[in-house]
Design a protein around this ligand. Structure first.
Ligand code: PMV
Length: 324
C-alpha cells in the first residue's frame, strides 16, 4: 500500500528532559530552565485503509491495543491515552481522519521522570504532521501537544513538551509564553535515580494546597527561585560552572523548604556534594525520580554508593525529528 508522498511508515523521535532550575515556580508563571536529554521516545506511524487504530507499546506493557477513529472520545487505558488524545486533537484541529498503525518505543524507563508522556505526544503530533503534510511550526506542535497533555493530566507548565519539541536548553515560561533557546554548551551532568517513581500531578496539587494555606511563604520561596533562574541563565550563557553549581545547591535548599524533597533525594545530593560536585539538586517535581549534579566520575560513584542508580545522560540534544 502506498500512502501520501509514497511514504509507508513515518518514524519520529523526541527527547526526554531534565529540569535544571525553576521546577514548581514555573507552574505559577515564573521562568524555568530545562534541557533535552539523549534518551528518546520514538513513534512509527502508518496510514491504514480502514478506520482502525492499532497501537503497539511494548515498553509500557501494551502488546496490542485496538480502537477506531470514531471511538477516540471514549476512555482508554493509561498506556495509550496520550497517543489517542493527540490523534483526537489533531484530527479535530485539522479536519482529518484515518485509521493508523502506531508503534511506540522508548530508550528509557518511564519511571525516571524524563517526560515520556510529553515526548510520545510530541512524536505522535509530528508523525501526523508528516503523514498529512500539514507543515506545522514548532510553536504549533507545542500548542497542540500542550493542550493534549493538559487534557490527559490536568496540570503542568508544558516545559517537558517544549523540551521534546524544541530540544536544546530552554528558558521557559508556563504555557509557552516564553520559549527561549539558550546557546549553551553541554554540561557535565551526573544523574542519579532514587529508585522511587514520583507522581508529579499529586505533588503539584499538594503544592497548590500549600499555596492556598500559606500564600506569602510559598510566594517568597518562588521569588527566590526566580532570582536563581535568572542568574543561572547568565551563568549557563557564560559557562560559569562554579556559579551554576552554587545556584543548584540554593535551588535545592528552596525546594526542600517547599517540602518536595525526600530522604533519598537528600542522601544522593549530599553524597554528590561530599564527592566534590560543584552543585546538586533534585530535578522535577520531587518526591522521588532523579537528582542531578555537576561533576565527574567520582561524584557518580559516590551517588551509587549512597544507593542511587546512575543514568548516563547527554544534555542539550536535538528536539523532535523525523528519523525516516
Ligand atoms: O516531575 P517532572 O520531571 O515531570 O517535573 C515537574 C515539574 C513541575 O514544575 C513541578 C511541574 C511542571 O509541569 O512544570
Amino acid at each position: 500500500m502506498r500512502i501520501d508522498k509514497g511514504i509507508n511508515v513515518i518514524r519520529v523521535s523526541a527527547p526526554g528532559k531534565l529540569m535544571l532550575f525553576g521546577e514548581h515556580s514555573v507552574v505559577y508563571n515564573r521562568p524555568c530552565i530545562v534541557t533535552a536529554v539523549d534518551h528518546r521516545m520514538s513513534v512509527s506511524m502508518e496510514k491504514r485503509g480502514d478506520d482502525k487504530i492499532i497501537i503497539v507499546a511494548k515498553d509500557v506493557g501494551m502488546d496490542r491495543y485496538e480502537t477506531c477513529t470514531s471511538d477516540l472520545n471514549k476512555e482508554h487505558p493509561k498506556e495509550v491515552r496520550f497517543v489517542l488524545k493527540a490523534l483526537k486533537n489533531f484530527f479535530k484541529e485539522h479536519s482529518k481522519k484515518t485509521g493508523l498503525n502506531i508503534e511506540t518505543k522508548s530508550d528509557f524507563s518511564s519511571l525516571f521522570g524524563f517526560g515520556s508522556s510529553s515526548a510520545v505526544t510530541v512524536c505522535t503530533i509530528k508523525a501526523l504532521d508528516e503523514i498529512f503534510s500539514t507543515g506545522l511550526s514548532k510553536k504549533e506542535i507545542f500548542e497542540l501537544c500542550y493542550k493534549t497533555v493538559l487534557d490527559v493530566q490536568g496540570v503542568g507548565s508544558g516545559f517537558d513538551v517544549a523540551a521534546a519539541t524544541y530540544g536544546g536548553t530552554l528558558y521557559f515560561v508556563r504555557g509557552g509564553k516564553v520559549i527561549e533557546p539558550l546557546n549553551v554548551k553541554e554540561l557535565p551532568l551526573v544523574v542519579g535515580y532514587t529508585g522511587i517513581k514520583a507522581d508529579t500531578s499529586t505533588i503539584v496539587r499538594a503544592v497548590r494546597e500549600e499555596m492556598k494555606k500559606n500564600e506569602k511563604k510559598i510566594n517568597n520561596i518562588f521569588d527566590e527561585i526566580t532570582k536563581i533562574v535568572e542568574r543561572a541563565k547568565q551563568s549557563l550563557l557564560t559557562y560559569d560552572l562554579d556559579e551554576l553549581g552554587k545556584l543548584m545547591n540554593k535551588n535545592h535548599d528552596l525546594l526542600r523548604k517547599l517540602g518536595v524533597s525526600t530522604k533519598e533525594l537528600e542522601n544522593l545530593t549530599r553524597a554528590a556534594r561530599s564527592a566534590g560536585a560543584l552543585g546538586a539538586k533534585l530535578s522535577g517535581a520531587g518526591g522521588g525520580d532523579c537528582m542531578i549534579a555537576l561533576g565527574n566520575g567520582k561524584v557518580g560513584k559516590s551517588i551509587e554508593k549512597a544507593g542511587g542508580k546512575l543514568i548516563p545522560v547527554k544534555s542539550n540534544v536535538k528536539g523532535v525529528m523525523v528519523e525516516g
